[in-house]
Design a protein around this ligand. Structure first.
Ligand code: MTE
Ligand code: MO
Length: 377
């Protein structure tokens, strides 16, 4: 069993797949704390978890025609400046199960917990690339920075991804090679001992168990860069996917979801108000300007109170948690049709339905999140 050495997992995680392990925290726990505790952070593994050997570990950074450097954990920690950023990670498949409710899609059935937030500590990718001889002038030659993880499939293919040169080399883009997650060594499921953190991008680009970085004129040849994590037009169905025609998804669009109350639960009419909590997040460092919440399916909107991490404008890597206390309308008819939508700092909004964004792989479901709650007299 290639999964025999997988680590212990917290029992509160809702498991979508055991082997490889994929699980999400329940929504109510997600909004319990701004920073997600490591043991509740969602896990998205495509392959068995590789063994972590911190003593003998070396990271290889390769700039063809310039230098190849091999760095031990000690070397990495001693010779490069340490940075800490708070960043939210969201899987491109988050909320896929709801997209499937609209029309069947293919992929793991995530509810809305394939998103979590942590404080990541490590060194800037830019600093490692500079050390290996890469300069700003090299963009024409090396349009992509590729990453490879130690995890591999039966045929020996490693998990991998790549990001554009300009993202990797921009000092304000905060791309990290991280060795700590919330102040402790990165746990086995999250990439021990090293992972790259591409804040503001889909989770798939943040390669765990990172052992190799290569500057190249090509995107990563890995399956997950070439033949997955791409989006298609709503009329493209199974069997018609031509991955060559679609670009790899990088930055995440604007998203929000309702975490409490629970879908299908009940509120007492005597309480007069209902308290609604959730998260909002956008990619590319765009912050959240506003979250609108409705209890009548989107006829009347209330503005939620926001809690963010106070990050610098255009470098908002962490999510915004929100809360709204809304009076139960007189004409509730026994139920509340609760929905939310977020507006990001570029005034991007979420689409009201899945009609225009549905795609057969069920990626980037950012339609208004809707739940139903009963009202008891
Ligand atoms: N890196 C490696 N090496 N192997 C993987 O399977 N999964 C990716 C990414 N990095 C993956 C990986 C995907 S799709 C996501 S969403 C994030 O890791 C999830 O990170 P997490 O498990 O720490 O939440
Ligand atoms: Mo993902």
């Amino acid at each position: 069993d290639p999964f025999a050495n997988d680590p212990y997992r917290h029992p509160a995680l809702r498991v979508n797949s055991e082997k490889p392990f994929n699980a999400e925290p329940p929504p109510s726990l997600l909004v319990d704390s701004f920073v997600t505790p490591n043991e509740l952070f969602f896990v998205r593994n495509h392959l068995p978890v590789p063994q972590c050997d911190m003593q003998n570990f070396k990271l290889r950074v390769e700039v063809p025609g310039k230098k190849t450097i091999n760095l031990s954990m000690d070397n990495l920690k001693k010779n490069f400046k340490e940075h800490t950023i708070m960043a939210t990670m969201q899987c491109a498949g988050n909320r896929r199960s709801q997209m499937s409710g609209y029309k069947t899609v293919k992929g793991l059935s995530w509810r809305y917990g394939a998103i979590s937030t942590a404080e990541w500590t490590g060194v800037k990718l830019r600093d490692l690339l500079l050390q290996a001889g890469l300069t700003e002038e090299d963009e024409a030659k090396f349009a992509h920075i590729q990453f490879e993880g130690l995890d591999k499939d039966a045929s020996g293919g490693h998990y991998g991804s790549s990001i554009p040169f300009s993202v990797a080399m921009n000092p304000f883009r905060d791309v990290l090679v991280a060795y700590k997650m919330n102040g402790t060594d990165i746990p086995a499921d999250h990439g021990c001992p090293l992972r790259v953190i591409i804040p503001g991008n889909i989770g798939a680009r943040s390669v765990k168990w990172l052992y190799k970085i290569v500057a190249s004129d090509q995107e990563s040849p890995s399956h997950w860069q070439q033949n997955d994590y791409k989006s298609f037009n709503p009329s493209v169905d199974f069997g018609q996917l031509d991955y060559k025609t679609a670009p790899a998804i990088q930055e995440y669009p604007v998203q929000s979801a309702i975490c409490t109350p629970r879908d299908g639960s009940k509120v007492d009419v005597d309480e007069e108000k209902v308290t609604i909590k959730g998260y909002a997040w956008s990619g590319g460092g765009r912050g959240i300007l506003r979250v609108d919440v409705s209890v009548d399916g989107g006829k009347e909107w209330h503005v939620a109170e926001l809690q963010d991490a106070g990050q610098k404008i255009s470098r908002v890597w962490a999510w915004t948690l929100w809360e709204a206390e809304i009076p139960i309308p007189k004409d509730h008819g026994g139920k509340l049709d609760i929905c939310c939508k977020a507006i990001d700092s570029s005034h991007n909004v979420q689409p009201d339905t899945m009609k225009g964004i549905w795609n057969v792989r069920g990626l980037l479901n950012t339609a208004w999140h809707r739940i139903h709650v009963g009202v008891v007299q």
